[in-house]
Design a protein around this ligand. Structure first.
Ligand code: GRF
Length: 202
């Protein structure tokens, strides 16, 4: 299976996928990353891809007159690599109709909270501010909402009294990286079934 990964920041989830595939080999894992894309340049996530010798692309919102044109350009850039599965690993933009028309059903996202709680850009901060005792991370299919697509897997992380946002986010990311590597591999190897909102992966 061919994976395209989209990032916007440090790319540690991308790195976890790269390391896992390196460790067991693309054959055994069931997938190889064929390209990495971002919505901005100069980020560590792209540097990680370049160090791994992968093709990269950047599609910036500000380079397009409308959001729809950006969305279509992003879809084109991804399609050029003929992915079987697209993974948003800390990609911080909401994709539109064109992108979903082409990749819906094979576009997964990882979110650092237990959806449907605390969707959006500040899931970690919001859980902390709310006083949640447990939070975690969710890997889900992307649909036309924000963090509302069918849930594939979740991991629980306890919130500690002394936590601030970055400490809690780091602890969530430890679980998140393992969850993403596990889920992407299983979908790549065995596919998935979906009944309503219920996703079943072998
Ligand atoms: C991840 O926790 C992801 O869920 C959130 O931003 C973080 C990205 O981390 N959207 P990284 O870029 O993979 O290190």
């Amino acid at each position: 299976r061919r994976l395209v990964v989209l990032v916007s920041g440090s790319g540690t989830n991308l790195q976890a996928l790269l390391d896992a595939i390196d460790e067991v080999g693309a054959e055994a894992y069931g997938a190889e990353i064929v390209a990495v894309g971002a919505d901005r340049g100069g980020i560590e996530g792209l540097a990680r891809a370049e160090r791994a010798g992968l093709p990269t692309f950047v599609v910036r919102v500000k380079d397009y007159t409308t959001r729809e044109e950006w969305d279509a350009a992003l879809a084109e850039a991804v399609a050029a690599h003929e992915p079987d599965l697209v993974v948003s690993a800390g990609f911080m933009k909401i994709v539109g109709k064109e992108f979903l028309a082409r990749f819906g059903g094979r576009f997964v996202n990882t979110h650092p909270a237990l959806l449907p709680s605390f969707p959006g850009t500040h899931g970690v901060r919001d859980a902390l501010a709310y006083g949640a005792k447990v939070t975690g991370c969710t890997v889900h299919f992307v649909d036309d909402g924000v963090d509302t697509g069918p849930i594939i897997a979740q991991g629980v992380v306890e919130v500690r009294d002394e936590d601030d946002e970055s400490a809690l986010h780091e602890r969530i990311k430890e679980v998140e990286r393992r969850l993403l590597v596990d889920v992407v591999g299983r979908i790549a190897r065995n596919g998935y079934r979906i009944e309503g909102r219920k996703v079943v992966i072998q």
